[in-house]
Ligand binder design. Structure first.
Ligand code: ZN
Length: 369
């Protein structure tokens, strides 16, 4: 499988705004494979990193036969420098707590429905700081979430101070990038590196060479739609809450969204019981929630009825359930009381033709380290 952000090989360490355009963001990614062996290999979307500008003089000297050092400078840019500093200082320390009515926390919880359930109201922390990136002033936001299982994830979003901004105008990007980073991190720490692609991507085609275009945006997802916030109606994007929820689901699932569309369900392997698979199905009309079919060692054994909170779009419910079974399966099961367990085919007669294959969770030790 190709190494990519969507395949879970990379962590989004920092989302940093371009000083020249407020809609452009660079993603600094940490290569997890390098992190596992104690190294820090970072990549960035910017031209400087992709052209390996720091090593250009050495390369030229080598080509001209004027160099015998063979010295290899690690690839980097001003953005990876910031991320390196962040990784060295942020650590896992607890940050000052903020209430859920803070605009940043509110935007994150609104845009990423699973985080409303998985992160308790007192589980949000935040820090802000002025930093400088190559003489450019930046406003750094660190958003931290501690889930119901005690797992912690932190997102870093840096705004170029050159662009006029308010607490309110920063809330949407913080919610978007922060929610994505945190939700993806929780999944990876639970051993399911299924993270979708990040919400925005900036890739500039390089003249005369093919740019490494990672994780292109899904078709039909406009920048406005991506930055829109959950259930506010008047966002000027003409999207309904249901459409926006579908965009979030699509962004998070990445290629798995197409699989879900095609087969009508996604399987989640249990992290608690070997051989158990939860099959999450979707109503083709997106009107109501379907019961979860449970498989034990390949045999379809029962249905679970997990109802959705009032007034939540169906896509939000699906994502919340999927995320919950990955990140806090014990809690999801605890809310399924005896009265919500049904015999097979209690919710439709569709026959199961696809085998439900259990796969063990991966990387739990590495993620916990
Ligand atoms: Zn860069």
């Amino acid at each position: 499988m190709a190494r990519s952000l969507r395949n879970g090989d990379f962590d989004l360490t920092l989302a940093i705004q371009s000083p020249s355009s407020p809609d452009r963001w660079y993603r600094v990614l940490l290569d997890r494979a390098s992190a596992r062996v104690g190294e820090t290999v970072l990549s960035c979307d910017c031209v400087g990193w992709r052209q390996d500008a720091r090593n250009a003089p050495a390369r030229r000297a080598l080509a001209a036969g004027r160099s015998d050092t063979g010295l290899r400078v690690p690839r980097g840019c001003k953005h990876t420098d910031v991320a390196t500093t962040l990784l060295g200082t942020a650590g896992g320390g607890a940050m000052p707590r903020y209430r859920t009515d803070h605009p940043y926390v509110g935007a994150t919880r609104t845009r990423w429905a699973p985080l409303r359930d998985f992160v308790p109201e007192d589980g949000w922390g935040m820090q802000e700081a002025r930093i400088t990136v190559s003489a450019e002033p930046y406003h750094l936001v660190l958003l931290q979430a501690t889930g119901t299982t005690g797992t912690t994830a932190t997102a870093a979003i840096a705004f170029a101070a050159y662009h006029p901004a308010t607490l309110g105008s920063r809330a949407a990007p913080v919610g978007e990038w922060g929610g994505y980073t945190i939700a993806a991190s929780f999944c990876r720490q639970a051993g399911v590196p299924l993270a979708g692609e990040p919400p925005l991507h900036f890739a500039e085609a390089l003249p005369g060479r093919s740019a490494p275009r990672r994780a292109p945006l899904q078709p039909g997802t406009s920048t406005r739609a991506i930055l829109a916030i959950g259930d506010q109606r008047d966002l000027g994007d003409r999207l309904t809450p249901a459409q926006r929820a579908e965009n979030t689901l699509r962004l998070f699932l990445g290629p798995q969204h197409a699989l879900l569309e095609r087969q009508g369900f996604l399987d989640v392997s249990s992290g608690l019981t070997a051989g158990r698979v939860y099959r999450l199905r979707r109503d083709p009309q997106r009107r109501y929630e379907r019961r979860v079919r449970v498989f034990e060692n390949g045999s379809y054994t029962r249905d679970l009825c997990i109802v959705r909170a009032q007034s939540v779009p169906e896509a939000d419910h699906f994502l919340t359930l999927l995320f919950g079974l990955i990140a806090d399966e014990r809690r999801i099961l605890s809310v399924v009381q005896r009265g919500n367990i049904f015999r097979t085919y209690s919710d439709g007669q569709e026959r199961e033709t696809m085998p439900a294959v259990w796969q063990p969770r991966t990387g739990q030790a590495a993620a916990a380290a």
